[in-house]
Design a protein around this ligand. Structure first.
Ligand SMILES: CC(C)(COP(=O)(O)OP(=O)(O)OC[C@H]1O[C@@H](n2cnc3c(N)ncnc32)[C@H](O)[C@@H]1OP(=O)(O)O)[C@@H](O)C(=O)NCCC(=O)NCCS
Length: 287
């Protein structure tokens, strides 16, 4: 039964942390979960798995003026949506992108129109902030939900595994870099989500040394990050030019024999990449 009229969507505050964590934990099916350490919970499911880490993550969102919405019924938080809004290169043009980064509805409240209400609010938000497009990278299980809401495929690339042993390292200037430095560059490797999402999670949203990057810098005309992914594999992110990717893979050899990244179809043969899956970014243009 739809709960029209009873749910309220509003911006979150830090006081909602416990409610947000409860929504995310409702999705976890491991019986021993409550006995895991904060660190192990984070490794399993990210910062939303404990109040301790979720509060740090939410603070980073708030400090960077990024919207976090919650759905509330009575005094209970039953859903959460995080948006990352920034100008970035998308489909060869600088556009203002609203990325629906994280969406969860408490398991006990699904199928009642709460996810839809959160996404509708996000669309209003994106419009009010002058965004050109709202994007989402759906999990397989939520693909049908976004299609139902009218989201269409806007970009497709491939998640691949690449052996670093085939590449030679090239000289690089090691440095961290601001979003301003890369926002006008294409994210030519590592686009699982929006470009800003990957910069934000590399340089801002770092908690308890878990997400730390192993190397960042400038190589040729590109900026890059080499880091460990939550699943323990190596990952590379490259803002700039495809021709710099082989030299960056050579640098990643110091840390990993294989890396996982996302690239366009054109690069698969050249980099001798093994395809793991297709990555689809859905979106809606805002008129
Ligand atoms: C995906 C999710 C956010 C949907 O929220 P929800 O509140 O259950 O969805 P709603 O009730 O608002 O559904 C809106 C519409 O989408 C449809 N829908 C919902 N989930 C669907 C699915 N998985 N596949 C196809 N259609 C779906 C509903 O039937 C409804 O259709 P209607 O408008 O014709 O009635 C929720 O199921 C969830 O939290 N899932 C787990 C986490 C997740 O997958 N998050 C997204 C990560 S990208």
């Amino acid at each position: 039964m739809p709960l029209q009229g009873y749910k309220m969507i509003r911006e979150a505050t830090l006081d909602d942390t416990m409610g947000i964590v409860k929504c995310h934990l409702s999705d976890v099916d491991i019986p021993e979960y409550p006995r895991l350490s904060v660190f192990d919970r984070y490794k399993y499911g990210g910062p939303w798995m404990s109040v301790e880490t979720c509060s740090i993550h939410l603070n980073y969102m708030f400090l960077h003026n990024q919207p976090v919405l919650v759905a509330e019924i009575g005094n209970e938080v039953v859903g959460e949506l995080e948006l990352l809004i920034e100008e970035e290169m998308f489909l060869k043009k600088l556009r203002k992108v609203c990325n629906a980064d994280v969406l969860i509805v408490h398991r006990d409240f699904r199928g009642k129109g709460i996810g839809k209400a959160l996404m509708q609010k996000a669309e209003e938000f994106a419009k009010a902030k002058g965004c050109d497009v709202i994007l989402v990278t759906p999990e397989d299980r939520s693909y049908g939900f976004y299609k139902r809401l009218g989201y269409k495929k806007l970009l497709e690339n491939y998640v691949v595994k690449i052996s670093t042993g085939n590449f030679d390292p090239e000289d690089a200037k090691l440095c961290s870099f601001s979003w301003e430095k890369v926002k006008r560059l294409e994210l030519v490797a590592g686009r699982f989500q929006s470009s800003y999402h990957h910069w934000f999670s590399s340089f801002v949203d770092l908690i308890a040394d878990i997400d730390k990057i192993l190397e960042a810098g400038r190589l040729g005309k590109s900026y890059y990050v080499i880091r460990e992914l939550p699943n323990g594999f190596g990952g590379i992110y490259v803002w700039g030019h495809e021709k710099d990717i082989p030299g960056i893979l050579g640098r990643a050899k110091k840390y990993f024999s294989e890396v996982i990244t996302a690239i366009s179809r054109d690069l698969i043969e050249e980099l001798e990449a093994e395809i793991l899956r297709r990555n689809i970014i859905l979106g809606k243009w805002i008129s």
